[in-house]
Ligand binder design. Sequence first.
Ligand code: ADP
Length: 257
Amino acid sequence: MAQQLLIELQDVSFQYEFTQVLTDISLTVREGDFLALLGPNGSGKSTLLKIILGLLKPTKGTVKLFGEPSSTFKHREWIGYVSQKSNSFNAGFPATVKEVVTSGLTKKIGLFKRHLPNQQELVINSLKAVGMEQFANRNIGELSGGQQQRVFIARALVAEPKLLILDEPTVGIDHENVQSFYDMLTNLNEQHHMTMILVTHDVDTVASSISHVACLNQTIHFHGYKDDYDSLSEDQLNAWYGHAVRKIHHDNKVKQK
Ligand code: ADP
């Protein structure tokens, strides 16, 4: 069976009042894809996400979500989003991990219904998927940045999205924990069949299970399989980004020129 197209952008352009930010973006994401969206600061990554999430309307072009025009798309809960600023609870914040994850259910059950019959199971399964079930009763503020970020991913998963968008999720995660964080994302994609868009400006830390890469800097300079991205020259990448970028392959060796 052909993989369903979950996201389809065609010739999308966007400008804030005076600033042209995106120009002629065409991009597709299919069921099962694990797409890394790469680009330096200010390249338009957040703006592109806001367009996908329906928070901004393109000034030109079309956006389809799950085959439907974005303007009439009714199932926003199918798209989970975890922002880079999620993990900022201090130690005194009065909520347990379980409570934080449960709060993700409002998207699924609406604000006024209070309980789903399988609520507890959904919460625990989401925590299991990110390797955090043993922390269910801990206070969110006592956890490390990486652990908090995992909890926020569980909070998105509890609504049972079909696509998960992560905006620079490793910001605030200690260097030594980044690899296990990416292993967890790999597991979500491969074992839980979660389609994912991982936004990062850090080309050095692309997860090993990425299937596709899109390089954004106002326009899409490259969109294709990860292997084809790996064979791009440093000079080519530098020309797109306007400054030196360094590529590290998933075996963590710096690519030698
Ligand atoms: P990235 O996420 O890649 O850092 P953004 O999408 O946040 O990029 O920003 C792209 C460009 O749009 C930047 O030049 C930024 O200054 C500009 N920009 C972002 N938000 C606004 C806004 N609300 N109004 C005007 N310009 C904005």
